[in-house]
Design a protein around this ligand. Structure first.
Ligand code: MIC
Ligand code: SF4
Length: 645
């Protein structure tokens, strides 16, 4: 039997476990990268593990999220990250060098490799024919300390592409929006999506990367494209042809699932508020007035995408009532645009050109006005993420966005009477790595500098055998980590300070959460009840650490999103699943629940009986942990586990 790309890459990195879906497997990792918002915790955790130098071939610490710098805190974080990178043997990508995923694709991603990143959009690298997976910070820290990556082998779903996009009006963004419409934000859970078929050759590397980037919104572990002549051409243009290897599935490779998509049938699409899978063709909602347009982010800020935007804006003016913000994805893209006079075209049209950072995508500036409509070429439109709770955020391609900025309303770019030129990848990129500081060989004597806002990582006590705790909150389906631990300009600067950031847990859902959790902590702690796909979205482990700091003991849900589940376990919080969905309906906020003989049940992998002390009945929950997770949770999480083993 032939092998698919996932099986080939996994086999080449195999440490243990049969590579069969559902099995616990361990893999060797080639590259690990962090970004500043999750990176400070990661490097503090790495330091706490007590290893003096990273034990992976490549580690990179990026700064791209927390760049508003309204006070000292973010700049202190940046200096901490720079000195930690120097001390522990990582590259440091200075603020201004760009968004981690775009820069990594340009400068480090390589076919056939395995990369981890402390950010959910790490799968961007899949466009290069590599396995790139988003993980929590502690997972990344232990891998940098020499441990393998331990995961449950996902199913491999093949998306067989045929045909050609109607370029330039239809883009890769429309492809992934089409798949989100079909598969939803849960459709990729437990799966790796492998693209194949004759349509692959009609997509460039950066188009492939847009698709794999936003595969995160499907809930997929990652997505991967083959590495072919197009990949070689891109790497050559980046001066990295030596990094190329061919990666392709054998003709008789098997897949757990296969779906087909004819690129020729894809139309300009839009995700409506407040979920990336609430997708319809743009034409269906044409005519709605638009107040703000944002173009860029790690999803859509490659050079060809930005050049297309500049060509649309050239000689035209942004609608009077629209504010257009553009954040180019990397210094390389930005510098090339500037040297070709293309930023001048953007500025001339009325665009507000921002620095190369995440910016409005994570609510770091650019918040829309109250009740306003913002259309973005970004990947997430969860309620409140923009910084304005009652804003309406739509997601569309950079081409559609640029056209809408000019027209001031939602419109299919094919209907706008604007004729577009097709823009291709350049033969050579401008290579100037002067904001990428390489590691040094001898780092003895390097001091890691920690500003006053940088506090130690809190660690949980070992698992309690008897848990009696209060239901602090009951949520619906698809709760995001943005709901649990908001980001944005007010909260992001506290990412290195868990006591301070814990004041904001569930802020946008229930302002009393933190106070109630603190009160419940002295009476035995708290429990959260959730629906399906609990914890979807970002990789931020703060969504586990801060609730843990507030005394959270367990989360009981219908199902979990992958990274958040791992983060809960890594910080010693029990991830429990209702064995019968009907029990979700009976339990209410404020109920006191008791779990007895917890350690024994966890060790033996038995279901737990939960007693609802307030209402006087019992129900069952499943403890679906693998052997390592069991040991780890009993010890209080991955940090105590790693230090003691
Ligand atoms: C996001 O897009 O939500 C973020 C901000 O990049 C997060 C990481 C974080 O919260 O720092 C992600 O995607 O993992
Ligand atoms: Fe940054 Fe947005 Fe990409 Fe997250 S999704 S890495 S916030 S640009």
């Amino acid at each position: 039997m032939g092998k698919n790309i996932v099986q080939k890459i996994f086999a080449a990195h195999h440490v243990n476990g049969d590579l069969v879906a559902g099995n616990h497997i361990a893999l060797k990792v080639d590259q690990v990268y962090t970004q500043d918002a999750t990176g400070t915790m990661t490097w503090l955790e790495f330091e706490a593990i007590g290893i003096d130098r990273v034990r992976v071939p490549l580690a990179v610490s990026y700064v791209d999220h927390s760049m508003l710098q309204a006070n000292f805190m973010s700049a202190d974080d940046h200096l901490f990250l720079q000195t930690a990178a120097r001390k522990f043997g990582a590259y440091f990508s200075k603020p201004g060098n760009g968004i981690c995923h775009q820069v990594h694709l340009e400068r480090f991603a390589a076919p056939g490799k395995i990369a981890l990143g402390t950010d959910s959009h790490t799968p961007t690298g899949g466009g290069m024919g590599m396995i790139a997976i988003g993980v929590g910070g502690l997972e990344a820290a232990t891998v940098m300390a020499g441990a393998p990556l331990e995961i449950t082998m996902p199913k491999v779903m093949k998306v067989r592409l045929t045909g050609k996009l109607q370029k330039p009006y239809v883009t890769a963004m429309d492809v992934i929006l089409t798949l989100l419409r079909k598969l939803t934000v849960k459709g990729g859970v437990g799966r790796i999506i492998e693209y194949g078929g004759p349509g692959v050759k009609n997509l460039t590397v950066t188009e492939r990367a847009t698709i794999t980037n936003m595969g995160a919104e499907l809930g997929a572990t990652t997505s991967v494209f083959p590495s072919d002549g197009i990949t070689l051409a891109y790497l050559t243009a980046q001066g990295r042809e030596a990094d190329w290897v061919e990666m392709k599935a054998d003709t008789d490779a098997a897949y757990e699932e296969v779906i087909d998509l004819d690129l020729g049938t894809v139309e300009p699409m839009v995700a409506q508020p407040h979920s990336p899978d609430n997708v319809v063709p743009l034409r269906e909602i044409a005519g709605k007035r638009v107040n703000q347009v944002c173009i860029g982010s790690c999803t859509n800020s490659s050079y060809p995408a930005m050049k297309t935007v500049a060509a649309i804006l050239k000689g035209r003016t942004v609608a009077a009532w629209v504010s257009l913000l553009i954040n180019p994805g990397s210094k390389q893209v930005y510098e090339m645009l500037a040297r070709e006079g293309l930023t001048a075209e953007m500025i001339s049209s009325g665009a507000r050109v921002l620095e190369s950072s995440c910016g409005p995508c994570i609510g770091m500036g650019g918040a829309p006005g109250s009740g306003q409509v913002s259309v973005r070429s970004y990947n997430r439109n969860f309620q409140g993420r923009s910084g304005t709770k009652d804003a309406f955020v739509y997601l569309a391609s950079p081409v559609s966005c640029a056209v809408m900025a000019l027209k001031g309303e939602i419109i299919d770019p094919r209907d706008a009477g604007i004729s577009l030129k097709r823009i291709t990848e350049p033969k050579t990129f401008r290579i100037n790595d002067n904001l990428l500081i390489p590691p040094i060989a001898d780092s003895r004597g390097v001091e890691v500098v920690k500003g006053p806002n940088i506090k130690d990582v809190p660690v949980k006590e070992p698992l309690r055998n008897e848990i009696e705790a209060e239901v602090l909150l009951k949520t619906g389906d698809n709760i995001t980590t943005d709901d649990i631990m908001p980001a944005g300009s007010k909260v992001l600067p506290f990412r290195s300070n868990i006591p301070a950031i814990s004041e904001f847990v569930f802020e946008n859902i229930d302002k009393t959460f933190t106070r109630r959790a603190q009160e419940a902590k002295v009476r035995g702690g708290g429990i959260i009840i959730g629906g399906e796909n609990y914890g979807q979205g970002s990789s931020r482990e703060h969504a586990a650490i801060a609730p843990m700091y507030l005394g959270l003991q367990a989360v009981i849900v219908k199902s979990f999103a992958r990274i958040h589940r791992a983060n809960l376990i890594n910080f010693g919080i029990l991830p429990l699943v209702f064995t019968s969905g009907a029990d979700y309906g009976r339990v209410e906020q404020g109920d006191r629940l008791a779990l007895r003989n917890v350690v024994v049940a966890v060790r033996e992998g038995r279901n737990l009986t939960v007693e609802n002390l307030t209402k006087g009945y019992t129900f069952e929950v499943a403890v679906t942990l693998n052997d390592r997770e069991r040991e780890l949770i009993v010890k209080g999480g991955l940090l105590p586990y790693t230090k003691n083993s």
